[in-house]
Design a protein around this ligand. Structure first.
Ligand SMILES: [Cu+2]
Length: 381
């Protein structure tokens, strides 16, 4: 009889046995919320555990009463059911007790919430903007701005090589923050709704176009922390991770000045007044390095495989399309994107092809300056 009964519920009983036999198996704890590494995340964790145990206690009491009642009031023991209705005392009790329990839970919860929603400016203020499918970070005080893209190799994604340790959790540029300082994030989006989630900081904030949501953190332990977008935002939703690196103040300051330097150099190059000749000179080298293999030194290409750039309608008369082809490549053709070249290199090589081989005389002769490439790269709103 017992065996038959067990048989019916064999999966449940096996699970129960496993639980009893293996009560402190580490994997069970992995199912719990992470504790994180900030004061707030610890508070959130404690709160979570407190509420959890209150729920467990309530569950135990409720089920105990229920099972006791089922046992104590079987039909065998009580063939004639009681017929009373209403019991004011019991009703008052079951209204007041849950009310008190809820208040008891609301007090610590509200205290933590108030701390989380502290909206004061931070020592460092970073605007975070979600894009399909990457994050942009803007350090408001220092005028630093960059995109963080997924850096996992496509071969790992397509199972051509073994997956790395930080598979889909790595980016080409980490967000640096100094330890021990209040960092405020101003979170928004540029296309669809994303959500900036950093479990170790207990931050999970929607990034909504047209709105700025704030969140803050203070990290005391240097280290690399990983999160991800947690709002289903389109086909590459799973491919826009977040990596924050908390470093000592010195290292942070150094990083900031390096970043500023690079930005300044780039700004100099892109705002500089370029003459056509300067661009053509630079472009010749870029062309020799990147394009001759297919389009040939004389710009004639190879008939039937690589189009001639000498006399090409796009190179002669369509500056926009010309830039687009270099930036995006041509899908399904050997013409790859050259967007990894610098703005200066791109402008130079395009100008070179628009000036050489009689192209300037036969077409509009327009040149492309680095600023055109910078403009092209600006997200289109
Ligand atoms: Cu997203």
């Amino acid at each position: 009889m017992l065996l038959k009964y067990l048989g019916k519920f064999q999966y449940l009983s096996i699970a129960a046995l496993m639980l009893i036999a293996n009560p402190i198996k580490a994997d069970w704890f992995a199912l719990n919320m992470t504790r994180g590494i900030t004061d707030i995340s610890n508070e959130v964790f404690e709160l979570h555990m407190l509420i959890f145990w209150i729920c467990v206690a309530i569950g135990v009491v409720v089920f105990a009463v229920m099972f006791y009642s089922m046992y104590a009031h079987t039909k065998k023991k009580n063939p004639v059911a009681a017929t009373f209705h209403e019991n004011t005392k019991v009703e008052i009790a079951w209204t007041i007790i849950p009310f008190l329990i809820l208040i008891a839970m609301a007090i610590p919860a509200s205290k933590t919430l108030v701390k989380i929603y502290d909206d004061e400016a931070g020592d460092v203020n970073i605007q975070v903007t979600g894009y399909q499918w990457k994050w942009q970070y803007n350090y408001l005080e220092d005028d630093i701005s960059f995109f963080a893209n997924l850096s996992t190799d496509a071969d790992e994604i397509y199972n051509l090589v073994p997956k790395g340790e930080n598979y889909l959790q790595e980016v080409d540029e980490m967000v640096l923050i100094p330890v021990g300082k209040k960092i405020r994030f101003l979170i928004t989006a540029n296309d669809v709704i994303h959500s900036w989630w950093m479990p170790d900081f207990a931050i999970k904030q929607d990034a909504i176009p047209g709105f700025v949501n704030t969140a803050w953190t203070k990290v005391d332990v240097p280290g690399i922390y990983r999160g991800k977008c947690t709002e289903l935002c389109g086909k590459n939703h799973g491919f826009m991770p977040i990596v924050v690196k908390a470093v000592e103040q010195d290292e942070y300051d150094q990083w900031v000045s390096e970043k500023k330097n690079v930005a300044m150099k780039l700004a100099e190059l892109t705002t500089k007044e370029w003459t056509t000749q300067e661009l053509v000179d630079r472009g010749e080298d870029v062309y020799a390095l990147n394009c001759v293999a297919c389009h040939q030194t004389n710009g004639q290409g190879i008939s039937g495989i690589f189009p001639a750039l000498a006399g090409s309608d796009i190179v002669l008369n369509n500056k926009e399309k010309n830039i687009e082809i270099l930036m995006e490549g041509v899908q399904g053709a050997a013409m790859n994107s050259f967007s990894y070249l610098s703005e200066v290199e791109l402008a130079a090589v395009i100008t070179y092809t628009r000036q050489e081989w009689g192209n300037a005389e036969n077409g509009d002769g327009e040149i492309v300056i680095p600023k055109d490439i910078v403009d092209y790269k600006q997200p289109k709103i």
